[in-house]
Design a protein around this ligand. Structure first.
Ligand SMILES: Cc1cc2nc3c(=O)[nH]c(=O)nc-3n(C[C@H](O)[C@H](O)[C@H](O)COP(=O)(O)O)c2cc1C
Length: 180
């Protein structure tokens, strides 16, 4: 199974990047995962959407060819980071990359609420006519106080959080298989 992870943070020291790497390592027997960084994605512009820069074409193709997407994102000011929204805007136009794409959401924040508000917005965006992704129902992964839950090797060490992640990933994989 081919999964693409879309990272909502472009920070080199990103906690969500550490989390995406942890997911890649821990579930390597369940799927092959490529982590996409959004740092080189230009701002969406309708004037060039029919022939966008190659970097946009490349990420769209990777998403289109995948069996599913995991979005791993922080919350910025009670919503999703601009880089993620911008990328979803590109995905929503012309050859739409995420239509009916099984999608799971994971988010980590340094605060207590673990990206609850961002994920509510994200689900709304993913449900728009242009993006039209299929989001894994019922399962939600909110990781608060992330800095206390990662060790010096960038591994998640909080057992209850790992349990939720294990269950959610397993539900995600089963859900994709069922829909095939
Ligand atoms: C611009 C900005 C806005 C933020 N807004 C929120 C917020 O609304 N809610 C929250 O829980 N954390 C917020 N934070 C703190 C992030 O949870 C924390 O910086 C997190 O580590 C960012 O994710 P990253 O390390 O993957 O880049 C914000 C951080 C930044 C830089």
């Amino acid at each position: 199974m081919k999964i693409v992870a879309i990272l909502g943070s472009i920070s080199e020291k990103s906690n969500n990047k550490k989390l995406a790497n942890f997911i890649k390592k821990r579930y390597k027997d369940k799927f092959e995962i490529e982590i996409l960084s959004l740092e080189n994605i230009p701002m969406y512009n309708e004037d060039i959407e029919l022939d966008p820069p190659n970097v946009v074409k490349e990420v769209k193709n990777k998403v289109k060819e995948s069996d599913g997407v995991i979005i791993v994102t922080p919350e910025y000011n009670h919503s999703i980071p601009g880089v993620l929204k911008n990328t979803l805007d590109w995905f929503s136009r012309v050859e739409r990359a995420m239509v009916n794409k099984p999608t799971m959401i994971v988010g980590a924040a340094t605060g207590m609420l673990g990206t609850v508000k961002a994920q509510m917005h994200l689900r709304q965006i993913l449900n728009s006519g242009g993006v039209a992704a299929l989001t894994l129902p019922r399962n939600e992964v909110f990781i608060g106080n992330i800095e206390d839950k990662l060790d010096e090797n960038e591994n998640l060490i909080d057992e209850p959080t790992i349990e939720v992640l294990d269950k959610t990933v397993s539900n995600f994989v089963e859900w994709i298989e069922k829909m095939k």
